[in-house]
Every structure is written in structure tokens, then in C-alpha cells.
Design a protein around this ligand. Structure first.
Ligand code: CP
Length: 312
């Protein structure tokens, strides 16, 4: 089976075989990171535009590195400093960028649906780098690759996703990806931060940290997404941290000794994770970041490598 989609908007759109194809492609490309000369000609002559309307450290940098390692020309657009400040709309900006004939546009935006809108509007490939609280597909893919390599497989593994699930595009993409690949998922957090529909996605819900993290293979901690909260959904940061923060004592008391601790970043140290856990032996957080380059190389390669793909 070959890759046939024009765009990558949501993990929800993919089937298990497509997810595994991206993971396998990323696994084969990641050795480039260890080379003296980190350059292969796969995307020579192709242009990738990173169109970022929200702040990013990991995603934007890794898309840029991924494109450059594949020999693409990479252009970074930030809304700040652009004609957005003069009132140009998102879609007008995107159409103007598209008029310059990029092969791939990578987009991050605060509005759910922004990536789908571009995918429908532009002829080039569009990759969602995070749209509102909807999806962040490449984050879920790098998370799956990290777990697969650390555990040697994904079959039958169990994962707890803990924290602000309601506002998390990372949680949504991971839930879809993990369920499609047969992992069991428990989400946990204060009731105000657990969306009411979440059980329809095939996950269990826990309302105590201790219950969520017992006997799971992976614990994925989430940041409180203050920028997407409209009201006081938690009593205070101190209260949240006391109830939902993962400390070394809690980890040792309730989790398995071979558990993996993941976090998409940025970490709020002392809130959802204590520094001892974030930097400790259970943590694979920086491994996730490294896998991000490999996954983004795979996605750019599969979507940007040829113009011949059918639109799925
Ligand atoms: N995980 C993630 O999306 O990080 P950035 O916001 O830094 O890109």
C-alpha cells in the first residue's frame, strides 16, 4: 500500500495501516539524526512553508529541521510581523502564500478547523501542526513512535492521559491514534477538565490520579491550557498541583516500576510534573522531542515527495 492522502489534518481521518506506515517511515528516517552530514535529497526542489499563528518551540523547529534534512527549502511565517497586523485574514494570507507555489504548508492556528479549511482551499499538501483544541496529529504520531520503540511494541499497552483533557488537541489525537492501534486509554483529571463526550471515544475515565496511574504502561501528563480556558475551571494552581501533580513519591507509590512518563511540552514544572519526575529515569520527554523530527520528516516525505497522490 502506498500513501494516497493529499493532507494530514487529523489522526481521526487515518486508518491503522496509514498510522503504521508513518511510524515505519519515521523509524527508517531517524538514523539521519546520527549522521555527520544530516542531509538526504528526498525533497530537493520542494518548498515547505511553516504558517504559524500560535507560539511553538518544538513543532515549528522540528518541522524546519525535518524539511532541511530532507533538502527542502523551508520558509517560516509567523503571524506577528506579517500583514496579519494590517488586517489581512487567515484565508487571504494562505491564498497568497499558496500563490508562491509551495509543495507543503504546515499550519498551526488557535481555531479548530483551520487546517481542514486550508486543506479544502489549497492545492498543495497541508499538514496540521495543531488547530485549537481539535487535533495535533504529528504530536500523537511522535508519541506513538516513542512508546513503540521504548516498549518494543504497542499491542495491548495501557495509557493514562492526565490533566486538562478538555482543551487538549494532543489528548484528542492520541486517543484516536491509540484506540485505532489497540491500546487501552484512561483519561483522568478534574471533572471540569474532562469533556462529557470522551467515553464515546472508547476511553475509561478516572477522577483520582492514583486510580488512573495504577498498572498502566504509560502516563501522559498534560499542561493546563489557560489560553483556551474561558472560566475558572480549577480552584487554584496550588490545589490542582496538590491533587493532580505527579511527584516522585506518588509515582513510586502507585505506578509500575517500568512506566514511561510522557509530556508533549511545554512542561509547567511543579504544576503537573515535579522536576524530579520530569528529569528522572521514568521520563522520555526529550526522546519524544527527538522523535518529533523523525515523524515530521516522514510526514513531509510522504505528503511532499510527489504530486501524484490521490486526494483521500
Ligand atoms: N508539543 C508542542 O506542540 O510543543 P510546541 O507548542 O512547543 O510546538
Amino acid at each position: 500500500m502506498g500513501w494516497s492522502r493529499k493532507d494530514l489534518v487529523a489522526i481521526r481521518d487515518l486508518d491503522a495501516a496509514e498510522i503504521v506506515m508513518i511510524l515505519d517511515t519515521a523509524a527508517s528516517l531517524q538514523e539521519i539524526a546520527g549522521r555527520d552530514i544530516k542531509k538526504v535529497p528526498a525533497l530537493r526542489g520542494k518548498t515547505v512553508v511553516n504558517l504559524f499563528y500560535e507560539a511553538s518551540t518544538r513543532t515549528r523547529t522540528s518541522f524546519e529541521i525535518a524539511g532541511k534534512w530532507l533538502s527542502a527549502d523551508v520558509v517560516n511565517f509567523s503571524a506577528g510581523g506579517s500583514s496579519t497586523a494590517k488586517g489581512e485574514s487567515f484565508i487571504d494570507t494562505a491564498r497568497n502564500i499558496a500563490a508562491m507555489s509551495p509543495d507543503v504548508v504546515v499550519v498551526r492556528h488557535s481555531s479548530s478547523g483551520a487546517a481542514a479549511l486550508l486543506a479544502r482551499t489549497l492545492d498543495c499538501a497541508v499538514v496540521n501542526a495543531g488547530d485549537g483544541a481539535h487535533e495535533h496529529p504529528t504530536q500523537a504520531l511522535l508519541d506513538l513512535l516513542t512508546v513503540r520503540e521504548r516498549k518494543g511494541h504497542l499491542d495491548g499497552l495501557s495509557v493514562a492521559i492526565v490533566g486538562d483533557v478538555a482543551h487538549s488537541r494532543v489528548a484528542r489525537s492520541n486517543i484516536h491514534g491509540m484506540r485505532k492501534l489497540g491500546l487501552s486509554v484512561t483519561v483522568a483529571g478534574p471533572p471540569t477538565l474532562i469533556p462529557p463526550f470522551v467515553q464515546e471515544l472508547g476511553v475509561k475515565v478516572a477522577y483520582r490520579l492514583e486510580d488512573a496511574i495504577r498498572d498502566v504502561d504509560v502516563i501522559m501528563m498534560l499542561r493546563l491550557q489557560h489560553e483556551r480556558m474561558t472560566g475558572g475551571l480549577i480552584p487554584s494552581l496550588r490545589e490542582y498541583s496538590r491533587t493532580w501533580g505527579l511527584t516522585l513519591d506518588r509515582l513510586r507509590a502507585h505506578a509500575r516500576p517500568d512506566v514511561l512518563i510522557m509530556h508533549p511540552g511545554p512542561v509547567n514544572r511543579g504544576i503537573e510534573l515535579s522536576p524530579e519526575v520530569a528529569d528522572g529515569p521514568y521520563s522520555v520527554i526529550l526522546d519524544q522531542v527527538a522523535k518529533g523530527v523523525a515523524v515530521r520528516m516522514a510526514v513531509l516525505y510522504l505528503l511532499g515527495g510527489s504530486k501524484g497522490g490521490d486526494q483521500a
